[in-house]
Design a protein around this ligand. Sequence first.
Ligand code: FAD
Length: 369
Amino acid sequence: MQSSNKKYDYVIVGAGFFGAVFANEMKKKGKKCLVLDKRHHIGGNCYTRKVHDINVHVYGPHIFHTSNQKIWEYVNKLVEFRQFVYSPLAKYGDEYYSLPFNMWTFNQLWGVKTPFEAKKKIAETIVPCDNPKNLEEFALSILGTDVYEKLICHYTEKHWQRHPRDLPAFLIKRLPFRLTYDANYYNDKYCGIPIGGYTAIFEKLLENIEVRLNVDFLAHRAYYESIGTKIVFTGKLDELFGYKYGDLDYRSLSFKHDIYDYENHQGVVAINHTSKDVPYTRTIEHKYFEGVKTEKTVVTTETPVKHTRYTTPYYPVNNKENNEKFKKYLTEAKQLDNYIFGGRLADYKYYDMHQVIGSALSKAKKENK
Ligand code: FAD
């Protein structure tokens, strides 16, 4: 990089995984970084807070999973991980089902015991479709009406606040569907939870780097641009450009955290509530992430809420209209020579943690060339 008389080589907007990994890589190269976040804490959406000796995943359950050995080694150098198998349950009315869709689920639905019986039962309920154009058609053609009605339709509609027929099929393709008694949500080679919570990772990444919290970069943009040679931006592009092409759509959530004066509330880390008449989508009992023994327990209820400019954007809604709008913002972004963009918000992509880390490492590497 050209030397300049600015105070920082990089002003990094966002102390989530993208910003923190990027800052750490630049620190190793002797660069001076300033990290800003408008929240009161580091860690972005992965932030955890200790409550009664339980690390609470404040913005929803976060399970670290990857098949990329380098990324797995990278995070394991920062903190120790506990091996973890994510096997949530679904609750439909008073009925409980194993997730993701596997032989246990089919056994609970129909009493079938073998893959042959399950296949036969699924075949009886599927609605064939050669070229499924949306999530509903896809789910009905692969899993059939029983699974769709009890486990997919209402949950998906609550989660995305759109009918599954107005959603792309790829959203459900992320979910495993197996004819084995294997209730592990992820197919990845490595899966774990950081012992001590995610915040400990960010404390390590941001060690000896200046961090300013409760600062909205956009409210002081000219000042921060004047002190940083480059700006690393991990916020929303529509906001950065004053919403000139319209708002990008997101899904937002509200989280209600309850503390109970007893040990065990739901007996499992997560329940997906799949009935129409229950407004929330998930309940999370945090102690099971790290398997801690405590007298109390903390349970979070996650409820989808409509996204506005003033709510927190959690999931990009990558339909055709939004993707086209995003392209216009991206064209503008490319004209800002001194800016680097990355992360879930700036790339407007449904990234998992390992993907964000990978992307930050590769963008940092390019800077070092
Ligand atoms: P973020 O974590 O969102 O960080 C961006 C930061 O930028 C935020 O802290 C924000 O406050 C700050 N910022 C934005 N604009 C400004 C501004 N103008 N000024 C100052 N600061 C600003 N991934 C998995 O791998 N496994 C999971 O199980 C998993 N579960 C998830 C569950 C939920 C409910 C959600 C929402 C996500 C989940 N993810 C999961 C995805 C994971 O959270 C993301 O991949 C990761 O947090 C993205 O990191 P990031 O740095 O891109 O963004």
